[in-house]
Design a protein around this ligand. Sequence first.
Ligand code: 26Y
Length: 798
Amino acid sequence: MAFNVQEFKKEYTKKFEELFAYGYDEGSTTERFIALGDLVRGLYTEEWKSTVEDYIADQSKQVYYFSMEFLPGRMLKSNLLNLGILDCVREGMQELGLDFDEVARGEVDPALGNGGLGRLASCFMDSIASTGLAGHGNGIRYRYGLFQQKFVNGYQIELPENWLRNRNVWEVRKENKAVIVRFGGQVNLAADEDGKMTVRYENTRNILAVPYDTAQVGYKNGVINNLRLWSAEIPYGEEANFSTVEERDDVMRITEVLYPDDSNYEGRLLRVKQEYFFSSAGIQSIIRYFKKLKLDWNQFPEKTAIHINDTHPTLAIPELMRILLDEEGLGWDQAWEITKKTISYTNHTILQEAMERWPEGMIAELLPRIYQIIAEINRRHIEKKIPIYGNELAYRTAIIDQGQIKMANLAIIGSHSVNGVAQLHTDILMAETLHDFFVMYPQKFNNKTNGITQRRWVQIANEALTDLLDDTIGAEWKKNPLEIRLLKAFREDEEVLEALETVKLKNKQRFADYVLKTMGIEIDPTAIFDVQIKRMHAYKRQLLNVMHILDRYLQLKDDPSLDFPKRVFIFGAKAAPSYYYAKEIIKLINAIADLINNDSTIGDKIKIVFVENYGVSLAELIIPAADISEQISLAGKEASGTSNMKLMSNGAITMATLDGANVEIRDNVGDENIFVFGLKSEEVQSYYRNGNYHAYDIYEKNPRVKRVLNMLVDGSIPGIEQEGRDIFDSLVKFNDEYFLLKDFDSYIAAQYSADRIYADRGKWNRMALMNIANSGPFSSDYTIRRYADEIWKIKPKS
Ligand code: 26Y
């Protein structure tokens, strides 16, 4: 984008005054950001418009990524980076006497997701645009995002996240693109004059879905795609058919708040309303677009791919069927072929408790026509499969089972592709979780290992590393992430290794400053920064990390002269508000932090920092500062993980079980550049199958384990009477569902070998370098290319 510093300064000054009627020097940080954001949006609207016009003119195939969650992070820097004007704007701001980084922090970070699945969606949006693909997001514009987390006396408190309190400069409200979504009422099938069946709905509750569009700017390629988020409003005119104020308020509630849960399914009516709302609105808007092309319906799958991010948007399947059947008059078989060819589905979990199922009666009442269609899909599925596979298998794969509608079954049957998010995860899906379906549809199953966008996670988050890379290997890695492997050639180059250490130290200092300022805790940037950042969940085993901390603390208390490098244990995690056990772990970690951080007898050897309100922006601060990346879920439980990829890209060394994408990280960096420990997935499976795991025996026989666990209940950690007891019981009495005790010894051993290597700076730096150099394959640009080639069948714009 042609733009110079002088022009920028003039435009910015003008824009600010236009918006606020005084000079930018008088403005607040928020206002300064708004003026800048507004200016930047103006810079790309022309290209945004022409991208759409080109797509229509070329009739290029479009892919739509349906996701209940997006976690884009602050967009100012990523837009500037991708437009190629980041340096120019930074310089201009400086010349205006403004602190660019501070102004950038004036942007609210939209938390429209829970965790990995939502952030993946946003990495994908960036990669889709940056690899020149015609692809768009479809989701919900929640009025309130994921709760803001505060700690009060060590307990998690949730506050509403009013992210729209200031103007959202990036979004554009498109009222003329609004559609009506109907709920409830009755369905009547009647023959029209020509004897053709027509479907009529009566007494429905109609909701206006208004899209808010946000540009998805590709990296220096002129492509600008769209993220369309829908907001529920009251329709006007004859569509407004509410009889009571309560009914009307109900409408407003649909897009009010994000469900703050990432793994415990709850059969809440409001959630299914949200799911249908954005699925239906998305499908309607896709159909409207397709109709502009004036093609035959059979060409719909040639021009359209719709991807559903987990089962949350699965109602897109019966909704597409409904429109093709009822509104466009296609026959069942034709509509079904089109639907299957269009839809593809990603599974993100094997945890049974996260599998969506809805009560049949609830769907029948809320979405009567959709229910009929699901029932018919189910009936035909069973009828077709019985002669081939027999009754038992056919019924095991039924969509409707014992009064429940199983969304994963509908997603698999109604799509042409089912993928897992790391090789191990896909293997488990095929062999266990979805084995029955794998038998029926082996060709549908495929793996697409997750990825991350290094544009945000390296170029924006870690400018110091970016400069070092540019100086050392040139800038090609920014366009072709695999080229970062050129760094390997420097693994014995002391100058580069030391420069890498300096970069890391600088990032650690930056984080230490933040911690001192916000938490009043002083941490030493030369200590090992040991990082675990992810949702709080039992299977992710933050507690195993805690056991290591307690063990280390006890060793030090026994012998204060013990010589190992200082460590700062850094946690960032939100717990679902209803997930009691996870909240107890939060309280425990905070209590231990209080105890250890204030124990002067251990001489700062251990510090614990649990940051409040972890999210994308904090991740950008923490990840570049990490030495160790904790990826310690019980093998077989973490579908992929993506913080593991972000951390390795920033030179942290992974402490890992062989779970999710950790396996592939190990394969890429080699055993000598990662710390691996713990049970393998097959071993875990075998314990589960044979029921021969006995946590109590380990507790009794392993004195170190016993001593650590006793600390939870013997009063040595103040303020955790209830929590300590509950957690102790879950591990010792209720047999430790996630095998922490079993993995304890090997975890401790791996941690001690990390200590030893860290003391050898040259060796550690080399490992860090090798992690960075091998992170290229985990770019979401490649992941997206594989989705495009193998699932969506779409080609980049040439
Ligand atoms: C049904 C509802 C409660 C629900 C809402 C959100 C269920 C699940 C989720 C989100 C799941 C999620 O974030 N899964 C994570 O997806 C990442 C991207 O594929 C994986 O890296 C990570 O291992 C997986 O836990």
